[in-house]
Design a protein around this ligand. Structure first.
Ligand code: SAM
Length: 404
């Protein structure tokens, strides 16, 4: 079940401290909008995102309420609000909304902020929630990128994950998206599901590649507390994912994807070319600014983070009254901000610059080279820490040691 962090109480009108707004739109601060659509046709047992199965007609007011929060965002950010470089509509299952409502939300973003030329506009989608006609309508509305939740090509794995689509439907949806003119098509996969064999995983990767995506995300299955999957593991109905198996699957992922011409750019993400990277996520990882619209959405502007109330009814009521739907906020101190910077940068192929870290960091990084977790070249050339395949498996350990 989705949970929110603790934080201070945000002001009811959503205003931000003036220093957070200073420099908004500067080149080193990419600006994006995230929209959280909190609805799914059914809830997958492993998922702890903020999602609800909507009752009849429950989704129909969503786009109008998203417009209200965009009004608030525009008022809080003021005339300094830059045009959006990226828009990401995630969920939930955004494509449970009719394409016209997703178009309405995108139009509302255009009207209040504008989009830079060539802006990346992504929607997530479940394979069974789109067809050739809806994809054409989304492309026509200005969506440029689609991220499809394929998860696996093995029917028994999809069943354990409670997915409603066949493996073939995910591949067909990716092809339909290309035919509709989407510039970027991404597939999400999950490895390490109980009952998945090494062959099942290899088949999933190969089937995903047949769809010719330019981006693949591969996540190890996380048994999130409070989910139906966690209850099944606790009752002994399913075994917990095994760390050695997960490591093995990751190594297969790297071998199969790099063999097919896709390179990693973040620990869980591979692309054909640098242009195919998800620029919205790169903004998150580079400490950029983004406003998150919708129930439970998180935002970050100029070092201030905040998060919205979780429940759609409560969120709607607050935005309808013109109040900020934020439930809490925080401004991480210097140590917290440094740990976060290290944590995010170390996961990127570009790597983490040692400069600015503590005095012991260079020695720690050199030891990681000896241990085979960090590449020697970039560290010696310009002092950047870039993880090896084995290092990517242990990214958290490397982060903690470098930030200490
Ligand atoms: C916001 S979810 C996508 C939601 C979309 N409705 C779908 O299921 O296709 C983004 C991705 O996160 C991954 N994910 C979600 N929960 C996960 C978990 N517990 N363990 C591993 N990956 C997870 C899945 O690959 C999913 O496609």
């Amino acid at each position: 079940m989705a949970r929110l962090p603790d934080g201070e109480r945000p002001p009811a009108d959503g205003t931000l401290p003036p220093e957070a707004l200073r420099g908004l739109g500067a080149p080193e601060r990419p600006f994006g909008l995230y929209v959280h659509v909190p609805y799914c046709a059914s809830i997958c047992g492993y998922c702890d995102y903020n999602t609800y199965i909507p009752g009849d007609g429950a989704t129909s007011g969503f786009a109008a309420m998203a417009e209200r929060e965009l009004d608030l965002a525009r008022a809080v950010l003021g005339d300094a609000a830059p045009p959006a470089q990226t828009v990401f509509v995630g969920g939930g299952t955004p494509t449970l909304l009719p394409p016209a409502e997703l178009a309405q939300i995108l139009e509302a973003i255009r009207a209040r902020f504008g989009l830079v030329e060539g802006a990346e506009v992504t929607t997530e989608a479940n394979p069974e929630s789109v067809d050739a006609a809806s994809l054409a309508a989304l492309r026509e509305a200005g969506f440029t990128r689609i991220s499809l939740g394929m998860q696996s090509a093995a029917p028994h794995v999809l069943a354990t994950l409670d997915r409603l689509h066949t493996p073939g439907r995910a591949v067909a949806a990716a092809r339909e998206a290309r035919a509709a003119g989407f510039e970027h098509v991404s597939l999400d996969l999950i490895y390490g599901t109980p009952g998945e064999s090494a062959e099942d995983w290899r088949l999933s990767l190969e089937t995903a590649l047949e769809a010719e995506p330019d981006h693949i995300s591969a996540y190890s299955l996380i048994v999130e507390p409070g989910t139906a999957l966690a209850a099944r593991v606790r009752r002994g109905e399913l075994p917990a994912p095994d760390d050695d198996v997960l490591a093995d699957r990751y190594e297969t992922t790297e071998a199969v994807l790099s063999g097919a011409g896709l390179g990693w750019y973040e620990v869980a993400n591979w692309t054909r070319t640098d242009a195919d990277r998800c620029h919205h996520n790169l903004g998150y990882w580079a400490g950029g600014d983004w406003w998150g619209v919708g129930p439970g959405a998180h935002s970050h502007v100029g070092g201030v983070r905040w998060w919205n109330v979780l429940h759609p009814t409560r969120w709607s009521a607050m935005v309808e009254e013109g109040r900020s739907p934020a439930a809490g906020r925080e401004q991480p101190d210097a140590d917290g901000a440094r740990l976060e910077r290290v944590m995010l940068a170390v996961r990127l192929r570009e790597g983490l610059a040692l400069e600015g870290l503590g005095a012991g960091a260079a020695g720690v990084a050199a030891q990681f080279v000896e241990d085979g977790l960090v590449e020697r070249g970039p560290l010696e050339d310009d002092g950047r820490v870039v993880l090896t395949v084995r290092g990517r498996l242990l990214a958290d350990r490397v982060t903690l040691a470098l930030a200490a």
